[in-house]
Design a protein around this ligand. Structure first.
Ligand code: GLU
Length: 484
């Protein structure tokens, strides 16, 4: 570790899905590390044994990998560091910077309730702060359980400089001699974080501004322990369009949901990076390299950021169009296989064709999953007709006859392509003296079940002569039934 090296971390608590806010904070940390040639660490804050689960850890790790946020070294698990905290607390006790508090939870509760009744702010009244050595010994000998509290000044203010928020300040009157070790000997969250960040050599703490209240307490610990204070950057929260906080409880989506719905990692990376930070020009679409190049902590905005789902989808469409058909085909294939629209073997043996299908749909898809939604008919013959389409396109007089005439023409084509199908259709239009739309629309519905999609003639070529004719015959039979 060199003196000037930037060392940052993301410290997720694995108690549920991978929240977009955590992902965004991870992105800021990662961008900063990569920009500064520093290091980005991962610390899993899994000390809450009831709520932390291994499967949640995997969700976070998979999400970070998917976003391409590679971390340095092995992840650190807080649960494996239980023994690191006690000796540090003992040092503080020995130096008189912390003290044992023997007050029982019942007693403290009573005092808290009394304060509530009198409409006073509750603060620990420091009963145990000045116990004599003998008093302490007596209590220890009787086996009274105790917690360890940090001694805080009674007057004055605590403050820290924050890269994003500027100067943050609070009166000591509003702070408690807070607990650092619980009666079971385990460290509380704020204590563990400071010891961990120090042991990991963290130079910049970049985290959500919901942690500002913790930072005041953590700063006291840094000082008491004689640790060098890191730079703090508290980043804004992410809000929904109605300005409420994005949260799991309101069933907001996590990173995995976006992944499964067909968003690309480059989209989410780009989109989240711009929630609370901007390059100060009008760029909305930025590659990984451009983000690293432009990123700075100073340009993080203090105001909370609004998550606009429409913008996310728009951006994803842009990234989809940037991808080659081959790249997209590789992403779409597993979805088709999962939905049983096709098999790995079938796709691999017709890869060139598959890429053409992807190319035909590309302009219309903003999500990877939409290729399967909007292009199912390229892979399966059994589909339902769009209900409105049926009324509009199959309900007209003469449709059945026209479709019959057209599939007969199609049957006679020797080289079934975009050009030859178009030629056949135009010829029939001339002979029937009708509008092209009168043949085009019902044919599209017959062959795809849908009313919109890629150019009809390209679609016909890609579906293939036999299938096209079979599907048109099926539609003719369907229309016949409709008339009965
Ligand atoms: N585990 C905390 C959280 O998930 C992170 C706190 C920190 O970054 O210091 O919010």
């Amino acid at each position: 570790m060199t003196d000037s090296e930037v060392r940052v971390r993301i410290a997720p608590s694995p108690t549920g899905y991978f929240h977009v806010g955590t992902a965004r904070t991870a992105i800021f940390n990662w961008l900063y590390a990569r920009k500064m040639g520093g290091r980005f660490f991962l610390r899993i804050e899994d000390t809450d044994r009831d709520r932390s689960k291994r499967e949640y850890v995997d969700i976070v790790l998979d999400g970070l990998r998917w976003l391409g946020l590679d971390w340095d070294d092995e992840p650190i698990f807080q649960s494996q560091r239980f023994d690191s905290y006690k000796p540090v607390a003992q040092e503080l006790l020995a130096e008189g910077k912390a003290y044992r508090c023997f007050c029982s939870p019942e007693e403290l509760n009573r005092k808290r309730q009394q304060a509530q009744k009198e409409k006073r702010n509750y603060r620990y009244d420091r009963t145990c702060r000045d116990l004599t050595e003998t008093q302490i010994r007596e209590r220890l000998d009787t086996g009274i359980p105790f917690v360890v509290r940090l001694k805080l000044p009674s007057t004055g203010t605590v403050g820290f400089d924050d890269v994003v928020l500027g100067k943050a300040q609070k009166a000591y009157e509003d702070l408690d001699d807070f607990i650092i070790l619980k009666s079971d000997g385990n460290a509380v969250y704020n204590f563990a974080v400071v010891v961990d960040d120090h042991d990991m050599g963290i130079t910049h703490v970049i985290r959500g501004n919901d942690h500002v209240a913790n930072t005041y307490l953590q700063k006291e610990l840094y000082q008491a322990l004689g640790f060098k204070l890191p730079v703090f950057a508290h980043v804004p929260l992410i809000l929904r369009p109605d300005r409420s906080k994005v949260s799991k409880r309101k069933s907001d989506k996590g990173v995995t949901d976006y992944q499964q719905e067909g968003y690309l990692p480059e989209t989410l990376l780009n989109f989240l990076a711009l929630l609370g930070w901007s390059p100060k020009d009008d760029r909305e679409k930025m590659s990984r390299a451009e983000l690293i190049e432009a990123f700075s902590l100073e340009a993080i905005n203090a105001a909370n950021a609004i998550f606009d789902p429409e913008k996310l989808t728009w951006l994803n469409g842009e990234y989809i169009r940037d991808k080659s058909n081959h790249e997209l085909a590789k992403l779409v294939a597993p979805i088709l296989i999962e939905r049983q629209f096709s098999t790995k073997y079938a796709l691999e043996t017709r890869w060139q064709w598959f890429m053409q299908v992807i190319g035909a749909l590309k302009e219309r898809c903003k999500l990877v999953s939409e290729f399967a939604d909007k292009g199912a008919y390229f892979f399966i013959d059994e589909f339902d007709y769009d209900v409105k389409g049926v009324k509009k396109r199959f309900g007209k007089p003469g449709v059945r006859e026209n479709l019959t005439l057209l599939y007969e023409r199609f049957d006679n084509i020797t080289d079934f392509t975009e050009a030859t199908t178009e030629e056949a259709l135009r010829e029939l239009v001339d002979e029937l003296d009708c509008k092209p739309a009168e043949l085009i629309h019902p044919t599209r519905l017959a062959v795809s079940g849908l009313t919109g999609g890629p150019s009809l003639f390209l679609l016909l070529e890609l579906v293939g002569q036999q299938q096209v004719i079979a599907r048109m015959k099926r539609a003719v039979a369907y229309i016949e039934k409709m008339g009965e």
